[in-house]
Design a protein around this ligand. Structure first.
Ligand SMILES: [Zn+2]
Length: 242
């Protein structure tokens, strides 16, 4: 049987949403349930002062499972709460001896469980901060005159506000080299975004450039003549719309 990933177990323990398949596995698998229970206690121990009245001693399989899943060294392989590590008999309170044992959680045990919680929390935070770029506008690129290439251009905006245009053509047809431009509707103003040596490329959109003033995406065929102006030979062109 495929047991639950330690990260999924940690998500459970942190009350994070998990998929239905993992939930049903947890309900039907005693081993994963035991690991979940242990992690849950670790979360409670880290978050709050433990309520001794609700704590129980774990079975030997709990530490074994945690040890294996966390890939801990052999030096801490034996159950810290097991017979081999039991302290010499000493007077115990008449009631609640099991509860008391939890309050003597060895540092390694708690640290390992807490580390799993911390690592998983870091993963969750990292995932949440990786926000996918939002598409702002796109254009179909159609060939001009003697050319036959077609393609697309898509502008996306990242979480920090930077905009990128991704250009894709089905082939390269330049006799010189391809240059990517944003052009005003009346063709009176234009901004060069850069050189594209293959059939696709990604280009930064200048910060502050109002795309509605430069909605035309144009890819030109530029001769190697040292003249930085548009050659007036366009291979494909399209207008951005959102
Ligand atoms: Zn399982």
């Amino acid at each position: 049987m495929q047991h639950l990933d330690p990260e999924v177990l940690s998500l459970f323990a942190l009350d994070e949403p998990v998929d239905a398949g993992s939930i049903s596995h947890l309900r039907s698998c005693p081993e994963c349930a035991a690991e979940y229970a242990a992690l849950r206690r670790a979360v409670n121990a880290v978050r709050t002062t433990p309520d001794a009245s609700s704590l129980e001693s774990p079975g030997p399989n709990v530490w074994e499972g945690i040890h294996r899943k966390l890939g801990l060294s052999d030096a801490v392989a034996s159950d810290p709460l097991g017979p081999a590590n039991a302290e010499p008999a000493e007077p115990q309170p008449a009631t609640g001896s099991n509860n008391v044992s939890w309050l003597r959680w060895p540092v390694t045990w708690l640290a390992a469980a807490a580390a799993a919680v911390v690592i998983t929390t870091g993963v969750v935070v990292a995932v949440n901060q990786t926000v996918a770029p939002v598409p702002l506008a796109s254009a179909r690129l159609e060939p001009l005159e003697q050319f036959s290439a077609t393609g697309s251009a898509t502008v996306t905006e990242a979480g920090d506000g930077t905009r990128t245009i991704e250009v894709q053509l089905d082939k390269t047809e330049a006799r010189g080299y391809q240059e990517v431009w944003l052009i005003a509707p009346d063709l009176s103003r234009l901004v060069s975004l850069g050189i594209m040596n293959s059939s696709s490329g990604r280009f930064d959109v200048p910060a502050g450039l109002d795309l509605s003033g430069y909605p035309i995406v144009d890819i030109s065929d530029e001769p190697l003549d040292g003249n930085p102006a548009h050659s007036s030979v366009s291979i494909v062109r399209g207008t951005l719309s959102s």
